[in-house]
Design a protein. Structure first.
Length: 180
């Protein structure tokens, strides 16, 4: 092939790229993206409709009974349960912020502790620490535990799964918190 033919090929590729970019720019100008009032993608199952009398969970499955379950909790099982949290949270030391704050060293840490992260008003005003009982209640039902939270996760209903997850969160520390 001659140099002239190579110039035609390269020119055609460049013109195709230029036309594609021009079309992309025109389409972007014609369509506008608007911010949504609330997230469209909901993590977890939808909340059940309110009834006249809420159903009560069995005592062993309810939040606040986590202490005895932590003694037999599995960190490995908790790591598997935490996979559903990775969409919004990071688990590495000095991890990046995602939709939610990183969860490294969260057990017995202050709530709303990550600098520069925009917490919901409910969580920012809640104060206190993420103790075992507080984590258990929040993981069981975030919206009931801290009204006004923007966390859209439906919660983990099974107490043993919550205990496994909390045991895994406890392991994410250079100096894990003592068990209750």
């Amino acid at each position: 092939m001659s140099v002239f033919e190579w110039n035609k090929i390269i020119g055609a590729v460049l013109i195709a790229a230029l036309v594609t970019k021009a079309i992309d720019t025109v389409v972007d100008g014609l369509t506008r993206g608007e911010a949504l009032e609330r997230n469209v993608y909901v993590v977890g199952a939808p909340e059940p409709p309110a009834t006249a009398e809420p159903a009560k969970a069995p005592a062993k499955e309810g939040a606040g009974k986590i202490g005895p379950l932590l003694a037999t909790a599995s960190v490995e099982a908790g790591k598997k349960t935490a996979r559903k949290c990775t969409i919004c949270h990071g688990f590495k030391k000095a991890g990046a912020k995602k939709i939610g704050p990183p969860l490294w060293n969260v057990v017995n840490a202050k709530r709303a502790r990550v600098a520069g992260f925009r917490y919901s008003s409910g969580l920012a005003e809640a104060g206190g620490e993420w103790g075992y009982a507080e984590l258990d209640a929040f993981i069981a039902n975030p919206k009931k535990s801290i009204p006004g939270t923007k966390m859209i996760f439906a919660g983990i209903k099974k107490a043993s799964d919550r205990a496994d997850l909390i045991a895994y969160l406890r392991s994410l520390s250079d100096n894990p918190a003592p068990l209750p």
